[in-house]
Design a protein around this ligand. Structure first.
Ligand SMILES: *Cc1c(COP(=O)(O)O)cnc(C)c1O
Length: 536
C-alpha cells in the first residue's frame, strides 16, 4: 500500500470493517439479542451519522454511545475561556431537574413560575437602583444576546417616534448606534440584524482597550439611537466609564438639544459591580441609563439559558414592542424574541438570589477577584508575561500608596475577575520565534482551555491569552494553572525545544473533526475584518 498524503477517515473506517461472510455461522450468537450496551451490535457496527436511520437503537445503547462520544468534549471546570458559569449547588440542580419540563411562556399553566420570574425582575431593578422598582419593566431572555436585541430595539423605536413627531425622515440618513470596537458580537449583531448603522470607536492602550471617552463624541449625532456601554469588556474585563460617557452626553444635549440614551451591556459586570464595588456609578442612578442587560448564567451564577433586560421605567419600552397574547384563557404580555423558553434556568437564578443574597454574591465576587489578582501577580512576577487587565493594580492608576491595603477591594481598579496577558516585551525579544498561540495548544494538552485572541481594532496586532476567573477556579486550581503555565513556557524557551513541531499540532487542530455535513464551511461567514471575526 502506498503512503498517501491525505486519507479520508470515514472511508478508511468503512473499508477496515470485517467483510460479511456468505456462510451461515451457526455458532455465532445474534448480537441484537444481547441487551448489554457494549455487547449490542452497536459496539462494532456503524451507527447512522449523516442519514436518517430507518430503525432506532435501544435507549440504553443510545445513551451510552452519546455519552462516550461527548467525553471527547473539554472539561467544563477547566474551560477558563468562558464567562458562562458551570457549577451550581446540588439543591439548585435538583430544582432544575424537577422543573426541566416547564415552559416559561405557559403562564396560565405555571403561574408560580411566572411569579418567580417577576420577583427576579423586581430584585434586579432594585439592585440596579431603578427609580421605582414598581415602574421598572423587564423580562428574562435566553442570555444577554437576546436582551441586547430588545434593549437596542426599544432605543431604535423611541428614536423613530421622536423623528416622526418632529416631521423628520427616519430613512435618510437612518439610525446609528455607537459602541467601542471591543464590543461583544451580540452588540454588532443588533446593528446588523435590525439595520442600524454600527459606529465602532477604535480602542487603544490609552483607552484601556475599551470605548474611548475622548473619541466617543466624534461618533454621536442627531441620528444616534443610543450608546452601548459595556460593563466588563470581554477582552480584558475593563469596565467602560458609564458615568463619564453619561456626562459627555449631558453636555451634548445641553448644546444641541439631542438626548442620546445609554444601554449598559452588563452581561458580566451587572452581577459583579453592585456587590464588589457598590460605589461605582454605572446603573439606573444615572438618569441617562435607560436599560441594562445581564447574563444570569455568567456571574449571576445560574446555569446556561438565562439573561435579563430591564428598562428604568415603562416609558422606555415602546408599547409597539409589547404583544398581548390571548392564550389558554387569559391575557398575557410578551416582549421577548423567543416564544418558548426553559423555565429551569430562571428557577436556578431565583435559587441563587434567595440563597446568596447581597452578602453571598459579594463574597463570591470578592473571592473571584482575589484569585484573579493572585494569578495576575504570579504571571507578572515570572517575567515571562505582561498583564493587560488592571484589577490587581491600585485604583486610579499610578503607584500603590504607603498605606495600601492589599486585602481591601477598594484599593484596586474596578473590573471583572478576568486576567488578560501576553508575552512580556523582554520575553518576546529573547525568543522572537515563539508564538503565543502555542501556549493555548500546550495548555489544552493538559486539559486547560485558555484562548489566545487578537485584540479589537485598532490593536489587532496584539494577541492576548485570557482567563476568566469563575467561582470554581479556586486557589488550588490557580496554583496548578500557574505551575503548568510556567512549565510550558520554560520548556518552549529551552534551547533544544522542538517548538517547530507545534506548527504541525496547530494544523491538526484545525483539520480534525468529522466531515462538515450540515455545517458551514470555513469562510462561509462575512469576510473576517477583525471586526466580525470575534472572540466571545
Ligand atoms: C457574554 C456577553 C454577551 C453575550 O451574552 P450571552 O449571555 O452569551 O448571550 C454580550 N456582551 C458581553 C459584554 C458579554 O460578555
Amino acid at each position: 500500500m502506498s503512503l498517501s498524503m491525505h486519507v479520508n477517515p470515514d472511508h478508511l473506517v468503512r473499508e477496515a470493517h470485517d467483510k460479511k461472510t456468505h456462510h451461515h455461522n451457526l455458532t455465532k450468537t445474534n448480537p441484537d439479542a444481547l441487551s448489554r450496551t457494549y455487547g449490542a451490535r452497536y459496539g462494532t457496527n456503524p451507527i447512522a451519522k449523516y442519514t436518517f436511520a430507518s430503525k432506532g437503537i435501544s435507549a440504553d445503547a443510545a445513551y451510552q454511545l452519546i455519552h462516550d462520544e461527548l467525553s471527547l468534549d473539554g472539561s467544563a471546570t477547566l474551560n477558563l475561556a468562558s464567562f458562562v458559569h458551570t457549577w451550581i449547588p446540588e439543591p439548585a440542580m435538583k430544582l432544575m431537574q424537577e422543573n426541566m419540563n416547564k415552559n416559561l411562556i405557559d403562564q396560565d399553566e405555571y403561574p408560580m413560575t411566572q411569579i418567580i420570574h417577576t420577583r427576579c425582575i423586581s430584585m434586579l431593578a432594585d439592585l440596579w437602583h431603578a427609580p421605582s422598582s414598581r415602574n421598572a419593566i423587564g423580562t428574562a431572555t435566553t442570555g444577554s444576546s437576546e436582551a441586547i436585541q430588545l434593549g437596542g430595539l426599544a432605543m431604535k423605536r423611541i428614536w423613530q417616534e421622536k423623528r416622526k413627531a418632529a416631521g423628520k425622515s427616519i430613512h435618510e440618513p437612518g439610525p446609528n448606534i455607537v459602541m467601542g470596537a471591543n464590543a461583544q458580537v451580540a452588540l454588532e449583531k443588533f446593528a446588523r440584524y435590525f439595520e442600524v448603522e454600527c459606529r465602532l470607536v477604535p480602542i487603544s492602550e490609552e483607552s484601556k482597550y475599551r470605548l474611548d471617552p475622548k473619541k466617543v463624541m466624534q461618533y454621536v449625532d442627531e441620528n444616534t439611537i443610543g450608546v452601548f456601554v459595556i460593563l466588563g469588556s470581554t477582552y480584558t474585563g475593563h469596565y467602560e466609564p458609564v458615568k463619564e460617557i453619561s456626562d459627555l452626553l449631558d453636555e451634548y444635549e445641553a448644546k444641541t438639544g439631542h438626548s442620546v440614551p445609554i444601554h449598559v451591556d452588563g452581561a458580566s459586570g451587572a452581577f459583579v459591580a453592585p456587590f464588589a464595588t457598590p460605589k461605582l456609578e454605572w446603573d439606573f442612578k444615572l438618569p441617562r441609563v435607560v436599560s441594562i442587560n445581564t447574563s444570569g448564567h455568567k456571574f449571576g451564577l445560574a446555569l446556561v439559558g438565562v439573561g435579563w433586560v430591564i428598562w428604568r421605567s415603562k416609558e422606555f419600552l415602546p408599547k409597539d414592542l409589547i404583544f398581548e397574547l390571548h392564550y389558554l384563557g387569559s391575557v398575557e404580555y410578551s416582549f421577548s424574541l423567543n416564544f418558548s423558553r426553559p423555565a429551569a434556568p430562571i428557577i436556578a437564578q431565583y435559587f441563587n438570589l434567595l440563597h446568596l443574597g447581597f452578602e453571598g454574591y459579594r463574597a463570591v465576587a470578592l473571592n473571584d477577584l482575589q484569585n484573579a489578582r493572585l494569578l495576575s501577580r504570579a504571571l507578572e512576577r515570572s517575567g515571562y508575561y505582561h498583564v493587560l487587565s488592571d484589577i490587581h493594580r491600585p485604583s486610579g492608576g499610578g503607584e500603590a500608596a504607603k498605606d495600601f491595603d492589599e486585602e481591601s477591594i477598594e484599593s484596586y481598579e474596578p473590573g471583572l475577575p478576568v486576567v488578560a496577558f501576553r508575552f512580556s516585551d523582554s520575553f518576546k525579544e529573547k525568543y522572537p520565534d515563539l508564538q503565543q498561540k502555542w501556549i493555548q495548544t500546550l495548555l489544552r494538552s493538559k486539559g486547560w482551555i485558555v484562548p489566545n485572541y487578537e485584540l479589537a481594532p485598532d490593536l489587532q496586532s496584539i494577541e492576548i491569552l485570557r482567563v476568566v476567573v469563575r467561582e470554581n477556579l479556586t486557589e488550588v486550581l490557580i496554583d496548578r494553572l500557574v505551575a503548568d503555565l510556567m512549565e510550558i513556557t520554560e520548556s518552549l524557551s529551552s534551547k533544544d525545544s522542538p517548538a517547530h513541531g507545534l506548527s504541525i499540532l496547530e494544523g491538526l487542530h484545525r483539520k480534525k473533526g468529522e466531515h462538515r455535513e450540515g455545517k458551514l464551511e470555513e469562510g462561509a461567514g462575512s469576510e473576517s475584518s477583525g471586526t466580525y471575526a470575534k472572540q466571545c
